[in-house]
Design a protein around this ligand. Structure first.
Ligand code: EPZ
Length: 420
């Protein structure tokens, strides 16, 4: 297995180019199941999760012609409707093929994704909504067996909780349903907005895009003439690299970004004393006179994203004073805390609330990544820690960060990928 070795107390300067958003690309790839024509997706992030979903689609009979940052997908020969456990267990977002396969073929088997390090990750809301649309759902030997032989019918869906992939799944299922589907309490994340925009521009009329009430006018089961498109920039990758500048308290610019998607995050940087300057596609973070402590509660978009919680927790170790971070979405998303404590951070956990007393002098250590965003928090801590930090099990990192070490090397960081 690979690990990353980084030298601490570094200087950083220059520009980092942001890749396409993994969490936008995944539903957009699943959406190709609804396409009549070949679709060309550009600005695709070259990360493990994308390759996993493309492998799943190939196993179903699709032809995926992948370049480094683009793919052409031909689903005309799609013949299988079973997403097997071996693939789904490695990436729970595979659940995103459930809605499209069911809508296209009238039946589908998808392995239950199971939980992951950060929590139980149930899919009950996805299944309940599909049943409301007329599907019968059975769970047999760890598989979701869904059937809708007469197709799905549009209806009123009210999500008990806001679910990002749940909203994406139902929007895609509703695109081919008979009649219109209104989704209330829909996710408003930019990744869901892009999915709706592409479907709308491909002829599926969708009202309320970007709001909590989305209405999808289904086309009654016809495959869709899809437009080609470019994936939106990854707002979480962008926020992570801005944290790299912040934790070293030095200026750093990120390019190919979308500042509009980072409102809550940028305002937290400013609350901590950092300067933020941006154009339409670039964001610069400027040093703080004094890094101030912060209070953060993670919530659904447009509030502060849970996917930035670990990174800001690492940053808060360098603030002068006591920061409070509350994780409201996932039940177990503080696994980076014990590793940061081993590096010398002063953090106390009380249920879903972390109290971080700074400023802590961190020292380099061997640490272990446990999930995608926790790994990036350990890298950030390693940038500022004294001495060498080795971050192990970075396959977690490779799921969602394209060429992380190269991007950091390009701004002067001494980091290298080694073999255990
Ligand atoms: C998406 O996961 C993202 N993944 C996650 O990013 C992100 O953390 C999460 O949204 C929240 O923003 C992708 O987009 C591929 P949810 P998702 O359904 O859709 C509960 C990363 O780091 N819930 O919005 O699985 C659930 O337990 C990953 O890139 C149900 O109870 O999250 C959670 O408490 C990690 N029943 C809350 O809703 C359901 O049927 C939000 O989950 C579905 C969800």
């Amino acid at each position: 297995m690979d690990y990353l070795q980084l030298q601490g107390s570094q200087s950083i300067s220059g520009e980092i180019k942001i890749s396409g958003a993994k969490n936008a690309a995944l539903p957009l790839i699943a959406m190709s199941i609804l396409a009549k024509n070949n679709i060309q997706i550009s600005n695709l992030p070259n990360v493990a999760d994308i390759n996993t979903l493309l492998t799943l689609l190939s196993n179903l009979g699709a032809k995926c012609n992948k370049e480094t940052n683009s793919v052409e997908i031909d689903t005309s020969k799609l013949s299988q409707t079973k997403a097997t456990y071996d693939i789904v267990k490695t990436m729970r977002a595979s659940i995103l093929v459930l809605g499209p396969i069911l809508a296209r073929f009238g039946h589908c088997e998808v392995s239950l994704p199971g939980g992951c390090a950060i929590g139980q990750r149930p899919v009950d809301l996805h299944l309940k909504a599909l049943e409301q649309m007329g599907a019968t759902i059975d769970i047999k030997s760890g598989y979701i067996e869904a059937r809708a032989p007469q197709g799905l019918k549009g209806c009123e869906i009210i999500f008990d909780k806001i679910t990002v992939t749940g909203t994406a799944n139902i929007v895609m299922a509703a695109a081919l349903a008979h009649g219109k589907t209104t989704i209330t309490n829909a996710a408003r994340e930019p990744e869901v907005v892009q999915l709706c925009e592409i479907l709308d521009k491909s002829g599926i009329k969708i009202d309320g895009i970007g709001t909590a009430i989305i209405t999808v006018h289904g086309n009654g089961g016809k495959l869709i003439d899809m437009i080609d498109f470019s994936v939106i920039p990854d707002r979480i990758e962008a926020g992570t690299y801005l944290c790299a500048g912040a934790i070293l308290n030095q200026e750093l610019t990120i390019t190919n970004a979308e500042p509009k998607h980072l409102g809550a995050v940028l305002s937290k940087f400013e609350e901590m004393g950092f300067g933020i300057e941006h154009t339409d596609t670039t964001i610069s973070i400027l040093p703080a006179e004094k890094i101030k402590p912060v209070k953060i509660i993670t919530q659904e978009y447009p509030a502060f994203p849970t996917d930035m919680q670990a990174q800001f927790l690492a940053l808060a170790t360098q603030a002068d004073g006591v920061s409070i971070i509350e994780e409201r979405l996932f039940e177990n998303r503080f696994m980076h805390v014990s590793e940061l404590q081993r590096m010398g951070a002063d953090i106390t956990l009380n249920g879903h609330i972390a109290t971080i007393s700074g400023k802590s002098e961190l020292s380099g250590a061997d640490v272990m990544a446990t999930d995608l965003r926790a790994s990036s928090a350990l890298i950030l801590a390693g940038l500022v820690a004294d001495g060498i930090t080795n971050v192990h099990r970075i396959y977690h990192l490779d799921r969602g960060y394209e060429s992380l070490e190269t991007k950091l090397q390009n701004v002067g960081i001494n980091i290298k990928r080694l073999k255990e």
